[in-house]
Design a protein around this ligand. Structure first.
Ligand SMILES: [Zn+2]
Length: 264
């Protein structure tokens, strides 16, 4: 499940900043009001033109080599309104909060803000503890990288345990899942979760910072993909059956995303 993303036909929206060999900028041929975009070679078996809009306002078009530049420009002009609305949407969204990993900073745990407390103890065991509304990190030094690494390791261990427990419970609502899917936890920038063709579920480590009802929403979304590996109307009918209020959960998660992800 992508962060914020809504796919529209062949157009997809993404937030990464990947680079690609062979990319070139195609000059807009009419006037400056036209959208500037970069053309890149098609990937894999891609047969159609695909437009992607990035959070840094970059527009990238991939197309098979047999498609002429003028055909690509025509396609972009046809989708100009879609591109402009996506650019406006992305630019209006708050960017992930930048953190210094120092005492007093706000972090998140299952939807609640917790205050970071950093204790430096060169001779003691490094550890992280959650004490009510305080996330206490005891470390050998207070470097940002060290504190961040300790926190990520701690969040990962907690996430594996908590997500596994929720998955187990939610399986009672998803009778089409015949055997318990394997669960992986990964820090991701562009997805809250994913489900492979073979039914393995991956969840974003940062999801542990979201309210538990949002965690359940993402898990149920991925479990629905075991029955419907797409975002077809059938998929959304199934999701609405197991979680009628999924749109409210999604809106809640979207509204917090900039607080939950790492800025760097
Ligand atoms: Zn999905």
């Amino acid at each position: 499940m992508k962060l914020f993303t809504e796919d529209r036909d062949r157009n997809s929206l993404s937030a990464d900043r990947e680079t690609c060999e062979g990319a070139r900028e195609v000059e807009p041929c009419l006037d400056e009001r036209l959208i500037r975009f970069e053309r890149r070679p098609a990937t894999g078996r891609q047969r159609r033109i695909c437009i992607r809009v990035f959070s840094n306002s970059q527009v990238v078009v991939t197309a098979p080599s047999c498609v002429s530049d003028s055909a690509v420009q025509h396609y972009v002009r046809q989708h100009e309104n879609w591109i402009r609305s996506k650019l406006r949407l992305l630019q209006s969204r708050p960017q992930p909060v930048s953190r210094d990993y120092v005492s007093g900073e706000h972090h998140y745990w299952l939807g609640k803000p917790v205050i970071l407390r950093v204790l430096v103890a060169p001779d003691k065991r490094q550890r992280v503890r959650l004490l009510h509304d305080c996330l206490e990190v005891q470390a050998r030094c207070k470097s940002k990288d060290r504190i961040r690494k300790l926190l990520v390791e701690w969040y990962r261990a907690q996430a594996q345990a908590i997500f596994s427990g929720r998955l187990e419970l939610l399986l009672t609502d998803t009778p089409w899942v015949e055997s318990r899917p394997s669960l992986r936890v990964r820090a991701m920038r562009r997805r809250w979760g994913s489900c492979s063709i073979s039914g393995d579920v991956t969840l974003n480590l940062h999801l542990l910072k979201a309210p538990s009802e949002c965690v359940d929403y993402v898990i149920l979304h991925e479990l629905c993909h075991i029955a419907e590996h797409n975002h077809s109307p059938r998929f959304y009918r199934l999701l609405s059956r197991v979680l009628p209020e999924w749109k409210a959960r999604k809106a809640q998660l979207d509204s917090m995303t900039h607080l939950l992800l790492d800025a760097d």
